[in-house]
Design a protein around this ligand. Structure first.
Ligand code: SF4
Length: 428
């Protein structure tokens, strides 16, 4: 059975910090449009209108895998050759498309105009378009904009940009009542579990951002304390802090240890007595530890190599090393927000090679040289690496799947043990 180790600043490895290398070169990542796939499922009265090319439309359509008879809550306004050549007035055409869409879909209460590489290249000002359209369709529909462009971004930044665009619209929390805000998209089932755990601890004023409906946006002010549920929300956290909200530094709720430490930070900030906290988490923590023990036999001492992709890599590496006994060959991350990840970095073994950024050819060479048992990477690298005999896990699956919290700890471990078991069966 896995033993629970407390994640606490006192457990840090001090001067034996993991080794951080920065790399710049060719990158292999999805763009921020990908975030629409989980965001449109979460905010049920929102619509995401990508202003982009047929490539953008194809990416979203195929990645989201929506059945053609369903009414999706995303679409693409295609920028075609006439727009690119400056022969058409893009703003006029965009207004027409939005007007038709909102007339046909009165259920839409929040419309995001999502910028792309093509809209950035032709310098289409979507912030002005959003203001104009918001004015036109208010109060029934609010129109916001953000960029999902793949120029110098990675795919989870789409969620950060989306949430950050909503922050200025949040009402001010003016009362003296302290409230806890959980920031980052969580599957509804995970959100319900956390709400129940906080309730058992006696915490009543809990809000989630983003909420399930755009009409349930939280209020934010100096008495708002927020916990990040995802490690890729730097801009959103900064925007919330600008409104006076206070960030509670915590590890991320992955695995039994991470979830315990994440919940403990909230309990501490709200003065929950230790016995109440322990009683609230006792049963689910035990279930998580039991669920993990089944996967530990498969994963212990196996070497894992992370290519930079989801920005979840560092918390995942901590989870896989401490709770499942895996060895970390290399932990790549597209960006490293040191302040948000310090408690995670402190838990990595000394001399772990952490690489921020990417030079894909160099990284492939290092991957082959370290000969890992499992490689976590994007779709573009997975197939060639599988063909070379490596076992891979798609990083994007880790963002689509509910993995946070005690009840999901076993499922999270299963995402890593399953590919190894499959490979064993194939070679047997
Ligand atoms: S936003 Fe850019 S990277 Fe993303 S699908 Fe469109 S063209 Fe490709």
């Amino acid at each position: 059975m896995t033993q629970v180790i407390e994640i606490h600043p006192d457990n840090s490895l001090g001067c034996q910090e993991p080794k951080l290398i920065q790399e710049r070169g060719q990158r292999e990542v999805f763009c921020g449009l990908t975030g629409i796939i989980w965001l449109h499922r979460k905010i049920q009265d929102a619509f995401f209108l990508v202003v982009g090319s047929r490539t953008c439309a194809h990416l979203i359509q195929s990645a989201a895998g929506v059945m053609i008879f369903a009414e999706p809550r995303f679409g693409t306004a295609i920028i075609d050759e006439r727009d690119l050549a400056g022969l058409a007035d893009c703003n006029e055409e965009l207004d027409k498309i939005v007007g038709e869409l909102l007339e046909r879909r009165p259920d839409i209460k929040l419309l995001f105009l999502v910028g792309s590489c093509p809209s950035e290249v032709i310098k289409l000002d979507l912030s002005r378009a959003a203001l104009r359209l918001s004015h036109q369709f208010s109060p029934n529909v609010r129109v916001l904009n953000y960029s999902g462009s793949g120029i110098e971004t990675t795919f989870t930044q789409g969620e950060d940009a989306c949430l950050a665009s909503m922050v200025p619209t949040l009402a001010k929390h003016t009362t003296a009542q302290k409230q806890l805000l959980i920031v980052g998209t969580l599957a509804d089932v995970v959100e319900d579990q956390f709400r129940a755990l906080f309730s058992k601890m006696g915490l009543e004023h809990i809000e989630f951002f983003p909420p399930r409906k755009s009409t349930q946006l939280p209020q934010v002010g100096p008495n708002t304390l927020f916990l990040l549920a995802q490690p890729f929300l730097a801009d959103t956290a900064k925007a919330l802090e600008d409104l006076g909200a206070q960030h509670l530094p915590a590890p991320f709720p992955l695995g039994a240890m991470g979830t315990r430490a994440w919940l403990a930070q909230a309990a501490k900030a709200f003065g929950v007595p230790n016995d109440v906290f322990e009683a609230a988490i006792e049963a689910p923590q035990k279930r998580a530890i039991q669920a993990l023990s089944k996967h530990r036999a498969e994963l212990k001492d196996k070497k894992i190599f992370f290519f930079p992709d989801s920005q979840l890599e560092i918390p995942l590496a901590r989870f896989l090393h401490h709770e499942l006994g895996m060895q970390l060959s290399e932990v790549g991350t597209p960006y490293l927000h040191r302040r948000h990840l310090q408690l995670e970095l402190d838990q990595l073994p000394p001399n772990t090679r952490i690489v921020e950024g990417q030079d894909v050819d160099e990284q492939l060479d290092r991957c082959r040289a370290s000969n890992p048992d499992l490689v976590v990477c994007g779709l573009g690298l997975a197939n060639p690496l599988e063909a070379e005999g490596y076992t891979t896990k798609w990083a994007i699956e880790l963002v689509f799947t509910p993995i946070q919290g005690f009840e999901q700890a076993g499922d999270l471990a299963g995402l890593f043990s399953r590919p190894l078991i499959r490979r064993l069966k194939l070679v047997a």
